[in-house]
Design a protein around this ligand. Structure first.
Ligand code: ZN
Length: 215
């Protein structure tokens, strides 16, 4: 009711000799009515007891934009499924997990991480020569490895991203440091969903379903 009275007052006060003002006054009516409906929905949603906070053994879905120190976008989940992870199970970067703790669905925030809470400091002794056939991820069949390209190698610890330093015919010199080692990075995060993990997820130590493991 308040909103209606306000919009009536605005209509009465508007200078109807001015075409544009008249137009504006009319335009206002619809958004105000909509706003009222939205308010009611918001109040319902914002009865925060319905919302689960991110704690250990919750599965979190989130969208992210990853930026370097200069603010340039490195990677983003926009346009694809949100990422899902099991909180408290070492599934994501230490600093990111810390920043996500106690957040809820709908929360948006940015967090800047120093290397020690992200991909670690660069280690200079992580340069290795590996046979070409062990490198995966060439953009096309006929492409050749060149310095600066990122490849995937399989190690005992699973898949790893490496950076090509020097490419020979049979052997490639690669830097095994993660590409973002030693870098200060910023995440813009939007929490999409928070739910309790299933017993199976806790047992497996990772999230299943959208954005998580499929097996
Ligand atoms: Zn699993």
């Amino acid at each position: 009711m308040d909103i209606k009275v306000q919009s009536k007052q605005k209509l009465n006060n508007a200078n109807f000799n001015s075409c544009s003002l008249k137009f504006n006054a009319k335009m206002r009516v619809i958004p105000l009515i909509k706003a009222k409906v939205l308010l009611t929905t918001d109040q319902f949603i914002n009865s925060k007891e319905n919302y689960m906070k991110i704690t250990d053994k919750t599965v979190v879905q989130f969208h992210y934009v990853l930026k370097d120190e200069a603010g340039e976008e490195i990677e983003s989940s926009q346009g694809s499924e949100p990422l899902a992870y099991l909180h408290g199970a070492n599934n994501t970067l230490v600093g990111l997990e810390k920043a996500l703790t106690d957040k809820e669905a709908g929360d948006k925030f940015s967090v800047t991480l120093q290397p020690e809470e992200a991909y670690g400091e660069r280690q200079e002794d992580l340069i290795q020569r590996v046979p070409v056939k062990h490198l995966q991820g060439l953009p096309s069949k006929n492409a050749k490895w060149k310095a600066g390209m990122v490849a995937v190698v399989h190690t005992e610890q699973g898949q790893r991203q490496v950076t090509v330093i020097k490419a020979g015919k049979f052997m490639i010199t690669v830097d095994i440091n993660p590409p973002l080692a030693g870098k200060v990075i910023t995440f813009d995060i939007e929490v999409v969903d928070v739910r309790a993990a299933t017993d199976e997820e806790v047992e497996h130590g990772h999230a299943h379903g959208v954005g998580g493991h499929h097996h």
